[in-house]
Design a protein. Sequence first.
Length: 427
Amino acid sequence: MEKEKPEWLQALEAQSWQAELIASGLAIYGSLSMGIYIDNFAEWAVLRFDDRILDILYFLLWYIYIAHAVLVISFITHLVLRILWAGILGLSSVYPKGINMETKAYSDHYKEKLKEEFPDLSQYSLDLDKLCSLIFSVLCALVIVLVSFSFWLFIYILVSELLLQILPVSIVSYIGYGLAVFIFLFSILSGLLIQKKFNDNKFAKKYAYKFNRLFGKIFYFSGYKAFSYISHTIRTNVTSKLFFVGMFAIFIISMAVALPKFEKVVPYYKSDIFIDLQANESQVSKANYLDALQSNYILQPTIQSEIINDSYIKLYIPKFKREQAIITNLCGDFEWNDDLSAQKNRELRNTFNIKCANKYYKMSLNNVPLKNIDFQYRRNLYNNREGYQVFISVDTIPSGNHILQIESKYKVDDQNYIRSIPFYKTK
C-alpha cells in the first residue's frame, strides 16, 4: 500500500512549474553560452595535441556537440511548452467551461463536433503540465548521463596518457579497444537479461538486477539514485514505443543541429583530411586571410588579405603539435645550457628554430621556389603557441592574380602538407 503524500509535498508538486521555468531559462542561457567555449576548445586542442590524441578528441567532440544540441533543443522545447501551458491556464481561468455551447458563432452541429474533439480546457491544461514536468525530468536524467559519460572519457584520456609514459602506443591502443569491447558486451548482456524473452530465465533472475545495478553505480557514481528514480519511473509508466520514438526524434534533430558546427573542426582533427586542406587554390578559405578570419585561433598559414595593396606579404605559419615528431627527427631537440643565461638560451633556441624552419618548410610563388627566406620565430604572436612569421616581397611582380604555396615535411600516406593561398596584387 502506497503512503499518502504529505500536503506540503503535494503543494510543492503543484507549484513545480515555477522552479522548472527558472531552471529551464538558466539552462538555455548556459547551454547557448557554452557553445562558444566548445568551439574555442576544439580550435585550441588542434594546435596542442598530436594525431593520436586528436583521433580520440574527434569522437569526444562529436559527442559534445550532439550533447550540447540535445540540451539546447530540449530546454527550449520545454520552455515553449511551459509558455503554452501558462497561456492555456490563463484562458481556462477566464473561460473555465471551455467551448461555449450556447454561442451563436457556429451551428449546433459544428459546436457538437468541437466539443467532442476539445471537451475539457482544464484537462488539456493539466495534460500540458504533466508533459512539461515529464520533459524536465527526462532532461535532468540526460544531464546526469552526459556529465557521467564526459567524466569517464576524461579519465580514459588521462589514464592512456599516463600509460604512454611506460608502454608503447600499440599496447595502449589495444587496452583501449579491449576495454571498449568489454563495456559493449557487458551492456548488451545487461540489456538482454531484462528483455521479456529472457527475464524468466534462472540466470536472468539471479544476475539481471545485479548487473544493471553494478553498471549504474560505476557509471553514474553519486547520480545513480537520481537517475534510477527518474529513468525507471518513466520506463515503467511509458510504453516502449513512445519512449524510444521520443528519444530517437530528439537524437536525429540534435544530429542535424550539431553537424554544421562539427564539420568546421573535422578537417583539422582527421590527419588524412587535414593534409588535403587548401592543397590547391580552388580550396581557399577565409582562414587564409587575417582580415577575414572568423576564429580566435589561426589554424592555417595566413596572409594579411586576399587583396594585397602593399609591397610585401606578411605570412604567419602556425606550428602544430602533430608536427613535432617529424621536426625532431629532422632537426633534433634544442638543449638548454645551464651554464648560459636564460636570455642567451632563448636567443640560441630562436636561432635553432629558424634554422629548422628553413629545412622543414618550402615556399613558392606562382610555382617558382622562394630562396633565402627570412623566418622569424614567434612563440605567442597569435595562438599563444609556436609559429613563424615571414615577410615576402612582391614589389617586382605584376598586378593580378598570384598563388603562394607553403609545403612542409609533415606527411600522411606519402602525401605532403601543402597550402595554396591565392591573392590579388593591386599595383
